[in-house]
Design a protein around this ligand. Structure first.
Ligand SMILES: Cc1cc2nc3c(=O)[nH]c(=O)nc-3n(C[C@H](O)[C@H](O)[C@H](O)COP(=O)(O)OP(=O)(O)OC[C@H]3O[C@@H](n4cnc5c(N)ncnc54)[C@H](O)[C@@H]3O)c2cc1C
Length: 478
């Protein structure tokens, strides 16, 4: 085995996603030597930017919207601005167009957000959201911790609502279609049926983050953020080696610890017979989530949303009413392909002009599909966008399709198109990838898991990598 107490290299990280880089930075900041191996040519995993359509257009291959990066206690510690990260905020974090031509919006201000609600819903929204926004830093610290035991009173206040299935929750709390749809769109980020427990937690977390931090993008593309992390790591003495797929832990040079920014399945492949059978059985029970079908477009104009408010938003939740979105997400959970899919869209170039030639735009969107789906969703997605932005297709100069298979080819962690590192239902929030006091330490001495398949899960916050590195520092790299 390559794990050796006497190795001159302290740690190897497999995978340069933001959790892998965060793990490496945490170790380097603690004075440990660290090397990162990445299979792909470009560093960053789901946080890369590529020219997917035409020269001059910068598309984020995966993540664009960085509410969680601003909320992350780990990223707050890093000198990101020094390495060129510049956050750009849209006037509105997100908008939700409706069939009558109006849109529900979330602005940074709670007062502005409730302006279009009826007075009962405005009151309900304020009393639900305002107290949690006031304690957003503490709440995010608790939600992004391995086991949410920090701030127990606050977590109890959040949890009593968060645990509820979204559909039932909004039907009880709100009367208007606009408020219900707004929460349904946010909850659908979970990639779960809105009847499932804990889906309200996703909506609350995202709405609170929108008010407290905004939903910014990194100027010039998410790659700028990734490159800043790499530059910081290198300044601390860390190394990053691209184009090197690791096929077995046994092929690695000797080190005292190995941290794996990979899926649990890939961890078992890499460790082979060296992993104790009991752990193999437990990790083998971890389930992938639904997949996504993603499209990127180069446009000759901004998307012509019928609701003017959508022009000011960074993210647009396209799908209409609570009923429509709930139906779409149910169908995916049941293994079907919705005729009218919920489409999650991002228009970063509207407020970050560096991403496209003058006057032109980038735009991306994905819809949820059953894991491993082979169905082409392009027509259905474009029809959904046309439903709220008639004339959208006339703006398209070029497009790119990333099927679940193409996503997995570009990043082995996206198994079957699952962008969450494993289903994010309540069971797998608690047991990620196994139920354990330290879910980062595997059953092999010195080998750790640090990807989004560990707590706190999906999103660009680096906290999986940070916590895994803390575990390695405490147990192996003392
Ligand atoms: C289309 C899409 C849109 C998203 N949008 C957002 C968003 O707007 N906001 C947000 O917060 N989150 C978003 N996410 C989720 C977010 O990007 C991820 O949760 C996060 O980046 C995961 O980071 P990670 O380090 O765990 O893994 P990844 O980013 O998946 O990185 C894993 C890395 O490991 C490498 N690797 C795997 N196996 C090996 C091996 N054997 N040898 C060497 N290297 C290996 C892979 O090539 C990859 O580079 C999005 C994801 C996708 C795909």
């Amino acid at each position: 085995m390559p794990i050796s107490r006497n190795a001159s290299l302290d740690a190897i990280v497999i995978g340069s996603g933001l959790n892998g880089l965060s793990a490496a930075i945490t170790l380097a900041r603690a004075g440990r030597s660290v090397r990162v191996y990445e299979a792909e040519a470009t560093i960053g995993g789901s946080a890369r930017s590529l020219s997917l359509t035409r020269p001059g257009f910068t598309h984020d291959w995966g993540a664009t919207v960085h509410a969680l990066a601003l909320a992350s206690p780990f990223f707050k510690m890093l000198p990101l601005e020094k390495y060129g990260v510049h956050w750009v905020h849209a006037p509105l974090p997100f908008a939700h167009p409706l069939d009558d031509g109006s849109a529900a919006v979330v602005s940074r201000s709670i007062a502005e957000t409730v302006e279009s609600f009826c007075s009962r819903d405005a009151r309900a929204y304020r009393s639900l959201i305002a107290p949690l926004v006031a304690q957003a830093d503490d709440l995010m610290e608790a939600l992004l911790a391995p086991i949410g035991c920090n701030h127990p009173l606050l977590m109890a206040r959040f949890g009593i609502r968060a645990i509820q299935p979204l559909q039932r929750f909004v039907q009880r709390v709100f009367t208007s279609e606009a408020a219900r749809a707004l929460f349904a769109g946010a909850a659908a980020h979970s990639m779960l049926s809105l009847h499932q427990v804990a889906t309200t937690g996703y909506a609350l977390g995202l709405v609170i983050s929108a008010h407290a931090y905004g939903w910014p993008v990194a100027r010039g593309g998410t790659q700028q953020f990734t490159n800043a992390l790499v530059a910081h790591l290198q300044s601390l003495g860390g190394e990053v080696i691209a184009n090197t797929k690791i096929n077995s832990l046994r092929e690695l040079p000797d080190s005292r610890a190995v941290l794996c920014d990979v899926t649990p399945n890939e961890l078992l492949r890499l460790s082979g017979d060296d992993m104790p059978r009991r752990y193999v059985r437990r990790v083998g029970a971890f389930r992938q989530g639904a997949g996504v079908f993603k499209m990127d477009w180069a446009l000759n104009a901004p998307v012509p949303w019928r609701a003017a408010a959508c022009m000011n938003a960074g993210t647009i939740h396209v799908g209409g009413s609570l009923t429509c979105i709930a139906q779409s997400e149910n169908e995916v959970t049941e293994g079907r392909h919705p005729a009218q899919p919920f489409v999650l869209a991002v228009q970063a170039s509207v407020y970050d002009a560096t991403r496209a030639p003058n006057g032109q735009h980038t735009f991306w969107a994905y819809c949820h599909v059953p894991n491993g789906s082979m169905v082409n969703m392009q027509e259905r997605m474009e029809q959904q966008i046309e439903r709220f932005a008639p004339g959208f297709r006339d703006c398209v100069i070029a497009s790119s399709v990333l099927t679940p298979q193409a996503l997995e080819r570009g990043n082995a962690n996206l198994r079957g198109g699952d962008i969450s590192g494993g289903a994010g239902d309540l069971r797998q929030i608690v047991a990620r990838p196994v139920f354990a006091r330290d879910p980062y330490a595997t059953a092999m001495d010195g080998v750790y898991l640090c990807s989004s398949s560990t707590p706190p899960g999906v999103g660009v916050h680096g906290m999986c990598g940070f916590h895994a590195a803390q575990s390695a520092l405490a147990k192996t790299l003392r």
